[in-house]
Write a protein that binds this ligand. Structure first.
Ligand code: NAD
Length: 226
């Protein structure tokens, strides 16, 4: 069965709350406590968690470290994720320099750009490489994710290069929709290399637009924004 994207977003929120509880040495919680902290209903919390199993004891709530460990496992955060950043301009450099990713096992293994002014630069412990070398790089290094931080009109081509290089997941920061190219066959099939590729979009301007709407129309808000 499919699981709503919003439920996965909430799992990430519950995990953040569990980390905060752990930091405060709080060892037990409940669906109503998590619900209150996440701004959702207790029913919602139980429903979201039930997609993945039974984590608590009826009437006893949850043990914080155990539920946290389970959510880490469900989200796949107990394994290493090798990430390349494509586009090392303002945003790409900011992402590469942000330390938060290493709280979990996300590690930047390659940084790529096309600009002669940027290729060859040192950013943290890595040297920015040219996009022409992406394919050779991925044939020698496992790469699980690509972060796309190129200008909007370059995003589709750069995404294609990531997919051609075998990268299965793309976090796209460019404000454009990345489309799998449709083959000119009768079936209009998605080409093989794009099958199973997951694209996640990060669009803070979209957040600003939602915010503007909800500031003007607060009574239309269903649940806290996450
Ligand atoms: P930028 O112009 O500073 O950097 C873009 C980089 O991409 C440049 O270094 C350029 O050489 C490189 N590039 C161009 N074509 C490429 C290709 N084919 N392969 C690899 N690299 C290539 O832009 P920015 O401000 O860092 O923004 C990057 C993207 O993120 C844009 O799509 C922008 O709309 C989006 N974005 C930026 C911000 C921000 O705060 N800067 C916030 C949200 C979204």
């Amino acid at each position: 069965a499919e699981i709503p994207t919003a439920a996965i977003s909430r799992l990430v929120t519950y995990l953040r709350i569990l980390e905060q509880l752990e930091a405060q040495d709080i060892s037990r919680t409940s669906s109503s406590d998590l619900a209150e902290r996440a701004g959702v209903s207790a029913f919602q919390v139980r429903k979201d968690l039930a997609y993945f199993g039974r984590f608590g004891t009826r009437g006893m709530g949850y043990t914080v470290p155990i539920l946290k460990r389970e959510l880490v496992r469900v989200l796949g955060l107990n394994q290493t994720w090798n990430v390349v950043i494509v586009g090392m301009g303002r945003l790409g450099q900011a992402i590469a320099n942000y330390p938060g990713a290493s709280d979990y096992q996300f590690q930047y293994v390659g940084l790529f750009d096309v600009s002669p002014a940027i290729v060859g630069r040192q950013v943290r412990n890595l040297t920015v490489q040219h996009m022409d070398d992406l394919r050779a790089f991925t044939s020698h290094n496992r790469v699980d994710m690509g972060f796309l931080a190129v200008p909007p009109d370059r995003a589709q081509d750069a995404a294609q290069m990531l997919v051609d290089a075998g990268v299965r997941g793309i976090l796209n920061f460019a404000p454009v929709v990345i489309q799998p190219p449709v083959e000119a066959t009768v079936q209009q099939e998605i080409s093989d290399e794009w099958r199973g590729v997951i694209i996640e979009n990060v669009d803070f301007l979209a957040g600003m637009k939602r915010l503007a709407f909800y500031i003007l129309n607060p009574h239309l808000k269903d649940a806290p924004m996450t």
